[in-house]
Design a protein around this ligand. Structure first.
Ligand code: F6R
Length: 256
């Protein structure tokens, strides 16, 4: 693992994606051993899937317990039926929760029919605060620079709320929903400020398709046009990249 120098976020380029997954799963396991009642912030998607696989393996080996842990996920689609296999709730059950059984798991519960999504969002933010905030937040970065579903235009001070999904985000989700018309147009997401309140942020980006957004995250002006740039203000953030995702970081920043 090599650390990039002179970049605005502590950035680690790993030899293989498995190395980053192993390091982050290990850090989460260490946190749970030191503080069994830790609050974990979780993401869905391709980036963290191997971390969850490693955590399931550690749990199966008796090396970590989630019995007193609380989790909060970043986001959930609005308007799917409860139990729909395409909800992030189902995804989390399949990839982590059913295997490790945390004490309490939270996602914005915004299934149809729903009277007031705004009220769900407000309650989610309150629950986050009441739990004492997030000890460690796992994040991926969207191709448009979103974190959670904080799409371009999301401000630094935004909190958990209902959002319209960006066209690029919806097109990306066609791989799950089959066709664009099926992809929800709205979601509930933790806000940028809700995410930045986490005591540690651990960000993963793998593959060539992430190279350009990684470059923008590290080098573009910090602004709502690319919400991932707000990560640069955080006091304990680490970014893990494979070689393909690090392709557009200056050679001078990456000592061999
Ligand atoms: C997922 C989430 C998103 C993803 C991002 C990257 O809960 O909030 O911000 O982290 O879209 O997705 P992947 O990892 O699938 O490339």
């Amino acid at each position: 693992m090599r650390q990039a120098v002179g970049v605005s976020v502590p950035t680690f380029v790993v030899d293989s994606r498995a190395e980053a997954e192993h390091v982050l799963a290990g850090e989460i396991a260490d946190l749970l051993r030191a503080r069994p009642e830790a609050v974990l912030g979780l993401a869905t998607g391709n980036s963290p899937i191997g971390v969850y696989r490693d955590l399931c393996a550690l749990h199966a080996a008796g090396e970590v317990s989630f019995a007193r842990a609380t989790t909060f996920n970043l986001d959930e689609y609005l308007g799917l039926q409860d139990g729909d296999p395409r909800t992030f709730r189902r995804w989390m059950q399949t990839h982590l929760f059913d295997h490790v059984q945390p004490r309490s798991t939270n996602l914005p519960e915004c299934h149809a029919p729903l009277a007031s999504a705004d009220a769900v969002a407000v309650r989610y933010e309150q629950a986050l605060q009441a739990a004492g905030g997030i000890d460690l937040q796992v994040l991926g970065i969207g191709l448009n620079g979103h974190i959670g579903f904080n799409e371009p235009g999301s401000t630094r001070t935004s909190r958990t709320r209902v959002v319209e999904l960006d066209q690029r985000t919806r097109k990306h989700a066609v791989r799950v929903f089959g066709d664009l018309a099926q992809v929800p147009t709205q979601a509930i997401t933790m806000g940028v400020a809700s995410i930045l309140d986490a005591r540690r942020l651990r960000v993963l980006a793998f593959g060539a398709e992430k190279a350009e957004i990684v470059r923008r995250t590290l080098f573009d002006p910090i602004s709502a046009e690319c919400p991932a740039t707000f990560l640069r203000g955080h006091h304990d953030v680490k970014l893990y990249l494979d070689a393909a995702a690090a392709e557009l970081i200056e050679d001078s920043a990456l000592p061999s």
